[in-house]
Design a protein around this ligand. Structure first.
Ligand SMILES: Cc1cc2nc3c(=O)[nH]c(=O)nc-3n(C[C@H](O)[C@H](O)[C@H](O)COP(=O)(O)OP(=O)(O)OC[C@H]3O[C@@H](n4cnc5c(N)ncnc54)[C@H](O)[C@@H]3O)c2cc1C
Length: 206
């Protein structure tokens, strides 16, 4: 497994539960990126997490037969000797990016926002983008979690229904934003909150 963020840790754990042997998790950074609770489960299973390491070669012709890994210094330069690990799968868990091609095609106003993991559309507080026919929700609006994606989806859905002339309980928006605020509260949500304030607009000119 390449990457010790939450995805790399959780997927390794799930693969192990399904009976797959995990040779190691390699992570370029000097510390584990995911939550400690996930890393602890991995450590308890005896799976090594090799910090300051990366993959330098996938070995094999038609199928994977191994991975060559190597240590990195604090400037991410390769040091030491490469080591070959015998394996038949290499899993890359090195980050997620919002899938936004449709918003680009529709001419929605976009912004690069590292906290939300890439380019995302500007949106108002009903998740409507600068293209009045298009709303955004979930990971396309910024990489977050399923819980937030579902609430955003409801906001966007209600807003789209309202724009089509359907009756919508006005209090719903406030209720869903309160839920989002709770989900994004505290230290864990700090990055997301910082990103969202860069792409949230007061409203679109009619
Ligand atoms: C390995 C992994 C583990 C995770 N674990 C957790 C967890 O434990 N808890 C948690 O809260 N979150 C977790 N997440 C995050 C969570 O899965 C996402 O935040 C959530 O699924 C986002 O929902 P979404 O609907 O925006 O996107 P997705 O769930 O990715 O759904 C998007 C859908 O759109 C489809 N699609 C894409 N392009 C098109 C197109 N052009 N036309 C039609 N369909 C298209 C895709 O096929 C996909 O089905 C995890 C993510 C990963 C990758």
């Amino acid at each position: 497994m390449v990457g010790a963020g939450n995805i790399g840790l959780i997927v390794s754990y799930q693969l192990r539960q399904a009976g797959v042997e995990i040779a190691a998790i390699v992570e370029a950074m000097p510390k584990i990126g995911g939550y400690w609770v996930h890393a602890a489960k991995i450590r308890r299973l005896g799976i090594p997490i090799l910090l300051r390491h990366t993959i330098v070669e996938a070995v094999g012709d038609k199928v994977i037969e191994g991975a060559v890994i190597q240590e990195l210094d604090d400037k991410f330069q390769l040091i030491g000797e490469p080591t070959k690990i015998d394996c038949d799968v290499i899993c890359m868990a090195v980050g997620l990016t919002p899938t936004t091609e449709l918003f680009w095609q529709a001419g929605a106003k976009m912004q690069y926002c590292p906290q939300l993991c890439g380019h995302v559309p500007f949106r108002d507080n009903t998740m409507r983008t600068s293209n009045p026919d298009i709303w955004v929700a979930g990971d396309a609006s910024g990489i977050e979690e399923a819980s937030a994606a579902m609430v955003e989806g409801r906001i966007a859905g209600f807003s789209a229904a309202k724009a089509l002339g359907c009756k919508v309980k006005e209090g719903s928006f406030k209720e869903y934003w309160t839920r989002l605020d709770h989900l994004r509260a505290g230290e864990v949500g700090e990055k997301i909150r910082g990103g969202i304030c860069q792409v949230l607009v007061d409203g679109w000119e009619a």
